[in-house]
Design a protein around this ligand. Structure first.
Ligand code: UDP
Length: 311
């Protein structure tokens, strides 16, 4: 296939770009380089089937493609909250431009949505049928509501124009190619541990997340992209094993042999208390489930960071 991949220089985008090239596809990778980095595309920039284009998805882009994957948006709270207007524009205008392209070309479109559509969930694990508990005017809303609006647009285009739109809801994912200053918890803890600096626990550290290693996630994305038919539901992709931030910190310290101590910091506003995917749809529809346990994933991510920060 000829594939347009937005957010291609980001953490997830760069892994997906590699997978698509490995599988023999031709890829046009867009990125505005606001949070992504060309160094994530090191092995690809010279590849004959990969073309990089610096482009902001808030503006239209045209190419004759068979599939579109939309991974353009900062995903770390500190980054998406730094310019919230741009974040919601990236989500809203970005998907409108790409859906229009899908309608014109007949391409399949796969939208990277998020567990953040469930907000601070009042049921756990979160099933795709759960409508969520989102603050529409809070500091996370630029991302949450932007992604929710993008989902709405995907399903409206699907119903109204018959396009093949596919939506995945990605739960917390980690691995190599996260930026050192990404700000999300796994990269923060690993970088702090490798430097033997204090590990920053926000709040009491009793809030939970379920962490998926990036290779597992990419397998799930690829299975959905290549599924012969579309489906009428978003699909959760994530690892259902749930950990508190205190448990994660202990695991990172043990894995890196660090002498870091824990230090408490204020809990960010509207920080969800829990998050855990119900992946029964991914299992039944995609025949997918994650295989890499947190201990192994943390080791692989730590060895990446120890190389890039020279520890
Ligand atoms: N967190 C933390 N210390 C950090 C960074 C994050 O305790 O240095 C917490 C954060 O408050 C949240 C969880 O870790 O409860 C996951 O945060 P992250 O930013 O990785 O992703 P989120 O799931 O909140 O989007």
């Amino acid at each position: 296939m000829k594939i347009l991949l937005t957010g291609s220089a980001g953490f997830l985008g760069s892994h997906i770009a590699n997978k698509l090239i490995q599988e023999g596809h031709t890829v046009i990778g867009l990125d505005d380089l606001s949070t992504g980095s060309l160094s994530n595309l090191d092995g690809l920039l010279q590849h004959e089937r990969f073309t990089f284009v610096e482009h902001d998805v808030r503006l239209p882009y045209h190419a004759n493609v068979d599939a579109i994957l939309n991974f353009a948006c900062p995903a770390s709270p500190i980054h998406y909250q730094a310019d919230p207007v741009r974040t919601i524009e990236t989500n809203f205008l970005g998907i409108i431009n790409l859906l229009h392209l899908a309608k014109t070309t007949g391409a399949i479109i796969l939208q990277a949505s998020t567990s953040e559509v469930y907000g601070d969930p009042e049921e756990s694990p979160q099933r795709e049928e759960y409508w969520g508990n989102v603050n529409p005017i809070g500091i996370r809303s630029c991302y949450d509501e932007g992604k929710r609006a993008a989902e709405t647009l995907c399903f409206d285009y699907k119903r109204q124009y018959g396009i093949d739109a596919r939506v995945i809801r990605i739960f917390n994912t980690y691995g190599p190619n996260m930026a050192e200053g990404d700000g999300r918890v796994v990269s923060n803890f690993i970088v702090q541990a490798l430097r033997n600096e204090p590990i920053t626990i926000y709040g009491e550290g009793t809030q939970s997340r379920s962490f998926c290693f990036v290779d597992d996630l990419v397998e799930g994305i690829y299975k959905f992209l290549t599924l012969e038919h579309g489906v009428d539901t978003p699909i959760n992709l994530g690892n259902p094993n749930e950990f508190t931030m205190l448990e994660l910190a202990e695991l990172v310290i043990a894995s890196t042999g660090s002498s870091s101590k824990l230090v408490k910091r204020p809990l960010p506003l509207d920080d969800p208390r829990q998050r855990r995917p119900d992946i029964s749809k991914a299992i039944s529809i995609l025949d997918w489930q994650p295989r890499i346990e947190l201990t192994e994933g943390i080791e692989r991510t730590s060895s990446y960071f120890s190389k890039i920060i020279g520890k």
